[in-house]
Design a protein around this ligand. Structure first.
Ligand code: FE2
Length: 374
């Protein structure tokens, strides 16, 4: 390991940011897989990505390979993508299956993880496997929770209950009715950057008027407020972020049902530790799920939703499509930036940076949470 993260001076981190090595060192990445991603609540997919019973999405995240499955009854389940015989991977791309069959020795499993059978298990083909033996051969289930259409997993099984983890955000959003989220689009991205740079950038409101000048003005972000909800959840708020913008259409998407008047212009966005980037506008909601695969490589999914029943109708088709175009453009701008940052931010010279009291506190909050967990 190039740096001793245990002995990082927090005063220097607050002043200069994390040393660049934490964004590229493979040993640190390895440690993150064993701590941050194994022990925490990491997001892996969206419920509405799984449309039909039998839909399966394989996910690679921080050293783990998982299957998100919708079973025959329509229930979601999360399992290790590992056969119970000799550990072969079961599924390698999104698909729809009635039965999951291991490509190695044809062991088969239901989409709810139950073991079905293995060819000639006893060689003696007349012998049947007793049900208690079958019961121990099901796919290994992973603890998960669903919140705002997003599937969060806790691989160790030992994190605090998800309801407790998310409570500060639930309390803050108690006026928002999350029952009518309808996915507009779900887009996959890849980035040759460290996952922490993506989180840091999402929590950096300062860059928005410069990198995404089409989306917001500098004047608007001057009113930005920092939100520190817990060790794990930090964010930013623009009280009138949505209402300050000139309307691009005379028929805007309807907002959350029953949203109090003073919140109908509010925009808030949060980093939910470790890898979930959540943005809530009065009229739409966005989740970016980052899946680190190496110290300098991550994939991510940007899922975008309308938030009211009416907004899902044909009447608003054009508005939904326009929104998807704009927000995916913003994300492409960020990824282009992140790929460049990976090269410069990890150099020694970048460790002589100067963070700013007025703008960089929320991202520092994220880095402090990371230090604590690792
Ligand atoms: Fe950005």
């Amino acid at each position: 390991m190039l740096i001793d993260v245990k002995n990082l001076d927090i005063d220097i981190v607050e002043k200069r940011g994390m040393p660049g090595a934490v964004f590229k060192d493979p040993e640190i990445f390895d440690r993150e897989t064993k701590t941050v991603f194994r022990n925490g609540w990491a997001s892996v997919a969206s419920v509405q990505q799984l449309k039909e019973p039998g839909d399966i999405i394989p996910i690679k995240i921080a050293g783990f390979s998982l299957l998100i499955m919708k079973d025959a009854r329509g229930e979601i389940g999360v399992f290790h993508n590992v056969c119970r015989h000799k550990g072969a991977p079961l599924i390698d791309k999104p698909c729809n299956k009635r039965v999951v069959v291991c490509p190695y020795h044809r062991w088969s499993f239901q989409t709810n993880g139950e073991f079905i059978g293995a060819p000639c298990f006893y060689r003696d083909q007349s012998k049947q496997m007793p049900s208690e033996e079958k019961a121990g051969k099901g796919l290994l289930a992973v603890r998960f929770a669903i919140w705002w259409d997003t599937i969060f997993v806790n691989i160790s099984g030992e994190a605090e209950p998800f309801e407790e983890f998310i409570r500060p955000l639930n309390d803050l959003l108690s006026d928002y009715d999350s029952q009518n989220l309808n996915m507009i689009s779900s887009t996959e991205y890849e980035s040759s950057s460290n996952w922490k740079l993506a989180v840091d950038n999402f929590l950096d409101g300062y860059h928005v008027p410069f990198v995404h000048s089409q989306a917001v003005t500098l004047k608007a972000v001057l009113k930005q407020e920092d939100l520190f909800l817990s060790d794990d959840i930090v964010g930013l708020r623009l009280a009138n972020g949505a209402s300050d913008k000139p309307a691009k259409t005379d028929k805007p998407l309807p907002h959350f049902a029953g949203l109090p008047e003073e919140k109908t212009g509010m925009q808030q966005w949060f980093g939910i530790f470790p890898n979930t980037l959540f943005f809530v506008d009065p009229r739409w909601m966005q989740m970016i799920l980052i899946r680190p695969e190496a110290a300098d490589y991550s994939t991510e999914t940007l899922s975008l939703y309308t938030v009211s029943k009416e907004a899902a109708s044909d009447e608003y088709k054009e508005q939904r499509e326009n929104l998807s175009v704009v927000l995916n453009e913003v994300n492409r701008q960020d990824i282009e930036l992140l790929d460049k940052l990976q090269h410069s931010r990890t150099r020694e010279a970048a460790d002589q940076g100067t963070l700013v009291e007025a703008w960089d506190q929320v991202a520092i909050g994220f880095h402090k949470a990371w230090l604590k967990k690792i």
